[in-house]
Design a protein. Structure first.
Lengths: 393, 262
């Protein structure tokens, strides 16, 4: 049994009543713009981290990562994970509320995540001021200013109520009562680091966005992990699909690194240019390396790739995807990827070889739900290779 | 403007496709789509194949359906590759919303099996999309979409399209048909065995002979389209032709001045 055999988004962000059935090892999501492809990836990530609100926030802000200095406030980000109900605008006298429900099946024990929030207001001393005052006190600053700052003010917050239904031990979830209920209070001035972040019931997931290969946070850590798993040789063979001159990947300290604050970086040894920082290579190499390292980091879990084909030249798609599929199987990773590219669809058909390897799900938003057209590998192969049919819309 | 409804009819080959087009155009008042992609109804966009496909067969015939329409209905007649009709049409159906169709029908022939057996096969083949698809020949299910199956030549006897066209030819071109039969009958049993005729190939040879006289150098499909194998006179004179015309009329729920005469 796969980690996820099916997933049903009752309501999450802008999607309603969306079923993905008979999931495969590789699940390709296609559909027109705004059909909910990226939301599905985000929903999967939330579902697999039901008690990890830091992960929720990270996912909620995923689309803003290019714009780190202008991120939405924490509460807004979290609230946007919930469907927006137009009726809120008509009811000034009632507190704003929201609910998201995601239900799934598979070997992952969580079967249903139901979260609801209600907007609240409360008198409290700003968390930021409290922190600042604490620093001031340590430095012996003037007491009067500190007292004024400690006057409580009205703050906006949310009561977040989580219900998790899961298989536990020998018991199987029967949709009766939640296995776990947790309540959190989040405030508008909370620090990200203060958010509850339990790893209980987590399934390893990682998202690759169209641009995440450019922000190399944790790249070195990921690479160390990959090397540890004797994975590096295969990553190099993958990168050689893009640039046959690549010989090795190394983690090194830059020449100007300060001994007291070492800042190791990723370098590529190339037969023409010698040893050069990864950042000097093209997007194709950087993204494939990024995907490979993320894949290695979620062994036994789920890898989520938004816009699978981005930065990879069409000639390199098939071999790159072969590599990806092979390692997904080897590392027992279930892959969910979005694409707008017919070339990527065709390359994946050639890179896979059985019904369960590849499933294409096309999302078609309707009035009250999202219709999903599902094609398994053999039907997809017939449609594309024999009948030459367009399958993206 | 009235919202147009859509109907899909599957057939086993090009001759059947041309035959149904002729009935819809000549007897039921449908206009032919002129083949310009800019004027293609968007509903049928998924039925436009991309060439070359990835099959590696550059000479493979493209399976673009024939499309006809009235103000209210647009009909696509899809010709599968004979025995691959169920497989190919199922793949097509899986990629659209079958419930959006006004009607779905199959017009097959009974060259190898009895019409009942043919009907059972198609019933099983389309069960995934239409559990109510008829299991008997000549039956129309008034569900949504409307579902129908017609097995040529007449839902009860074994035969092919040419079995029916033979009757049409006898009515429309009696002299030509008689001469063609005389010509074909000159071939001895030994010669026919040597060539390797299959059942119903005699009718096919006679029809092809007359078609070749009516449209020298052209195919049967051109003759079916341009000549009078199917016309108001043959519909009135040949019960089998009248029967399939009525079937299509009911399947598509057509209400035209011409159709009321059926």
């Amino acid at each position: 049994m796969r980690k996820l055999e099916s997933i049903h988004f009752h309501q999450f962000r802008g999607i309603r009543d969306l079923h993905l059935e008979n999931l495969g090892q590789v699940n390709l999501l296609v559909g027109i713009n705004n059909s909910g492809k990226t939301s599905v990836l985000e929903g999967l990530s939330i579902y697999c981290h039901p008690l990890d609100l830091r992960e929720w926030l990270k996912i909620a802000r995923q689309r803003e990562q290019e714009n780190r200095f202008n991120q939405a406030p924490i509460l807004d980000s979290i609230q946007w994970l919930f469907p927006k109900l137009l009726s809120h605008e008509d009811k000034d006298d009632q507190p704003e509320t929201g609910m998201l429900i995601i239900e799934g099946n598979g070997s992952y024990p969580v079967k249903k995540l139901q979260a609801s929030y209600e907007v609240i207001e409360g008198l409290r001393i700003s968390e930021r001021k409290r922190r600042r005052n604490s620093v001031h006190s340590e430095q012996g600053d003037v007491q009067i200013e500190q007292d004024e700052d400690e006057v409580p003010e009205i703050h906006k917050g949310i009561d977040l109520h989580l219900e998790i239904y899961a298989d536990s031990g020998q018991l199987t979830f029967l949709d009766a009562t939640p296995t776990l209920i947790q309540d959190f209070q989040l405030w508008e001035d909370d620090y990200t680091g203060k958010l509850p972040s339990s790893g209980h019931l987590n399934l390893k997931t990682s998202i690759v966005t169209p641009s995440s290969h450019r922000s190399e946070i944790n790249q070195v850590k990921l690479l160390s992990g990959a090397s540890f798993q004797n994975f590096k040789v295969d990553i190099i063979s993958l990168l050689q699909q893009i640039d046959p001159g690549i010989i090795d990947i190394e983690i090194l300290l830059p020449p100007d690194s300060i001994a007291s604050r070492p800042n190791p970086n990723t370098y590529i040894r190339h037969e023409k240019s010698g040893l050069a920082p990864l950042s000097t290579f093209g997007d194709g190499v950087r993204r494939l390396l990024h995907i490979a390292l993320k894949l290695a980091s979620v062994r036994g879990g789920i890898l989520l790739i938004d816009e699978l084909e981005v930065t990879i030249h069409t000639e390199a798609l098939q071999e790159s995807f072969k590599w990806l599929v092979q390692w997904c199987k080897q590392l027992d990773v279930q892959l969910f990827a979005t694409t707008h590219s017919l070339e990527a669809v065709d390359a994946l058909i050639k890179a896979t070889e059985s019904e369960s390897d590849l499933v294409l799900h096309r999302l078609e938003p309707k009035g009250t739900h999202t219709r999903v057209v599902r094609h398994d590998w053999s039907r997809l192969k017939l449609l594309r290779e024999e009948l030459g049919q367009e399958v993206r819309w | 403007m009235v919202d147009r409804r859509y109907a899909l009819i599957g057939v086993e080959g090009n001759h059947d496709q041309a035959f149904l087009c002729k009935i819809l155009h000549k007897c039921l008042g449908f206009s032919k789509f002129d083949g310009k992609i800019s004027e293609l109804d968007t509903f049928w966009r998924k039925f436009v194949p991309i060439f070359p496909s990835d099959s590696g067969r550059l000479y493979m015939r493209l399976d673009t359906p024939s499309i006809l329409h009235t103000n209210e209905i647009s009909v696509a007649i899809y010709a599968g590759e004979g025995s691959k009709l169920v497989t190919n049409l199922s793949a097509k159906l899986s990629d659209i919303d079958p419930s959006a169709l006004l009607a779905f029908g199959i017009v097959a022939d009974a060259d190898k099996h009895s019409p009942d057996k043919v009907a059972e096969n198609y019933h099983a083949g389309f069960n995934e999309f239409f559990p109510d698809f008829p299991s008997k020949p000549g039956v129309l299910t008034e569900s949504s979409p409307r579902l129908g199956l017609y097995v040529l030549p007449d839902n009860s006897n074994q035969g092919v399209l040419d079995t029916l066209l033979y009757h049409c030819g006898k009515s429309a071109y009696p002299e030509f048909m008689q001469r063609a039969e005389s010509y074909i009958d000159q071939f001895s049993q030994e010669e026919i065995q040597g060539i390797g005729w299959k059942p119903f190939d005699r009718e096919k040879a006679i029809i092809a002979t007359v078609a070749s006289v009516l449209k020298p150098g052209k195919t049967n499909t051109v003759s079916i389209t341009d000549n009078n194998w199917v016309c108001s006179e043959t519909v009135a004179a040949i019960p089998e032709l009248n029967s399939i015309t009525s079937f299509l009329n009911e399947l598509l729920a057509v209400k035209t001045a011409d159709s009321t005469a059926l």
